[in-house]
Design a protein around this ligand. Structure first.
Ligand code: NAD
Length: 487
């Protein structure tokens, strides 16, 4: 069994309380490594290291910081296969997806490496003669990064790359279920030449290691991805010490198919929306809204294609649906299947566990006859469970699409360009995909509204999440002015 420690100030550090816990391969159900159980003392140590490293890192020229990030991008590409295999072992993600995802992840480091020295302040016009005014965008300070289990390295990179480019130093608290890849990543950060203390990792549970990071007085900002419930708690906690917060939370995204759509493409889009990544994705298109006239035929095709999905070993390139990552998540998905049945939804595919080695497989499941007021339509399941909801008109589709507390993403399938534009304007979400689903890029902003969170990741504007603006006033010549009057 591999024995991982915390990564603090460029070194492996044993947990202050000496406690450890196991990390499990969700496919086999077997523990394969142990992790350090972090506490407030470990967080104190990591934050102190990040604070000590901050001044030098913030003053390193942005070009030099960018160069290090680009070097890291090259190393990530070189190590992509190994990183992908760690994610499969620790998380159960499919190797077919991870093979591309870990290599693509390098682009975030390259993009923000390039952006680092393009953050420009402005010389402002002035209404005050003799005073020169300009702005500077300065790094916020120490950033606490808290990540979930579903895409550990990719979601970390969405935060770490802009934070480092901005000149911030970081303390990362990865999910207790999937910390291994983040720890392995630290060797790459070190190899790239990013100085000790700039990036630190403390592993452990939310309450014992995450909360002290959120409450720490020397942390300026919390960048969080996870559930809306934890996000709300973290936001409340962070408010007590006036921290900046960005939150990437859950979703209950509508995937809306109109009768004029390319139906075959839409069926594949519906499958990709809910069964890719075993449905364990924030952007899952978990509500399939079908225009009434195509409903029955669409469901028939969907059930046929989804019913042919191969469930099994995530390391096999033939597998379509892997294991659920964590035991609590497995139980939660099965509970929601029971909820849907008790609410009167009709199960037309799956609807229960699937036999497999680690005992954590759920069949791809489709419910029809779902009303948007049901819990199965309103609450995030985070698994391969699809709710099909019929609608009559475009107006209905907008109303039902928006009628949830979340607002992360939406899919629209139509060949009518006017409708595509109208729908993209009227859906209250952070991302709209038209005739595609699950497209993300380092170049395009991503984030949510309502209970899906606040702030944006990726794209040029995301670096501002780690910067604050200072306004500098310089008198060109000294003069004696009335001190009791504002200048
Ligand atoms: P979670 O909220 O249970 O945990 C996320 C992280 O927060 C973990 O590291 C956990 O230890 C930590 N944490 C939990 N309670 C905490 C507390 N009180 N203080 C500090 N830290 C705490 O979420 P999860 O189950 O790991 O991930 C699944 C959730 O993440 C889903 O809701 C999913 O939609 C969401 N998600 C969102 C996005 C996005 O970009 N919007 C992406 C992926 C996942």
């Amino acid at each position: 069994m591999t024995e991982y420690q915390h990564w603090i100030d460029g070194a492996w550090v044993a947990p202050a309380l000496g406690e450890r816990f196991e990390t499990v391969n969700p496919y086999t159900g077997e523990a394969w490594a142990t992790l350090a159980k972090g506490s407030a003392a470990d967080i104190d140590r990591a934050v102190a290291a990040a604070k000590a490293a901050f001044d030098d890192w913030a003053r390193t020229t942005p070009t030099a910081r960018g160069r290090l990030l680009m070097k890291l991008a090259d190393i990530v590409e070189r190590e992509a296969e190994r990183l992908g295999e760690i994610e499969v072992r620790d998380n159960g993600k499919l190797i077919t997806e991870m093979a591309g995802q870990t290599a693509y992840m390098a682009q975030w480091y390259r993009y923000y490496g390039g952006l680092a020295d393009k953050v420009e302040g402005a010389v402002l016009p002035s209404d005050k003669p003799g005073i020169f005014n300009f702005t500077r965008h300065e790094p916020m300070g120490v950033v606490g990064i808290i990540t979930p289990w579903n895409s550990p390295l990719l979601l970390l990179s969405w935060k770490l790359a802009p934070a480092l480019a901005a000149g911030c130093t970081c303390v990362i608290k990865p999910s207790e279920f999937t910390s291994a890849s983040t720890l392995e990543f630290m060797a790459l950060v070190q190899e790239a030449g990013i100085p000790p203390g700039v990036v630190n990792v403390v592993t452990g549970y939310g309450a014992q290691a995450g909360a002290p990071l959120v409450e720490h007085p020397d942390v300026a900002k919390i960048s969080f991805t996870g559930s809306d419930i934890s996000g709300q708690k973290i936001n409340e906690m962070a408010a007590r010490s006036f921290k900046h917060v960005s939150l990437e939370l859950g979703g209950k995204s509508p995937n809306i198919v109109f009768e004029d759509a390319d139906i075959e493409a839409a069926v594949m889009g519906a499958i990709s929306g809910i069964f890719a990544a075993t449905g364990q994705t924030c952007i899952a298109g978990s509500r399939l809204l079908l225009q009434r006239s195509i409903h029955d035929d669409f469901v028939k095709r969907l059930v046929t294609v989804a019913g042919e999905a191969t469930i099994g070993d995530p390391m096999s390139r033939d597998t379509h649906v892997g294991p659920v990552t964590t035991p609590p998540q497995y139980r939660k998905i099965l509970d929601y299947i029971d909820v849907a049945k008790s609410e009167g939804a009709t199960c037309v595919l799956g609807g229960g566990p699937h036999d497999g080695p680690g005992g954590q497989f759920v069949q791809p499941t489709i419910f029809t006859g779902v009303d948007n007021t049901m819990r199965i339509a309103q609450e995030e399941v985070f698994g391969p469970v699809l709710s099909v909801i019929p609608f009559e008109t475009e107006e209905d589709a907008v109303r039902i699409g928006n009628d949830v507390n979340f607002g992360l993403a939406a899919g629209v399938w139509t060949t009518d360009i006017g409708r595509a534009i109208r729908m993209s304007e009227r859906l209250r979400v952070g991302t709209v995909w038209v005739n595609t689903y699950r497209a993300v890029s380092f170049m395009s902003p991503f984030g949510g509204t309502k209970r899906s969170g606040m702030g944006r990741e990726s794209g040029a504007e995301a670096i501002k999440e780690y910067l604050q603006t200072k306004s500098v006033w310089i008198a060109q010549e000294t003069s004696v002015a009335n001190p009791f009057v504002m200048r």
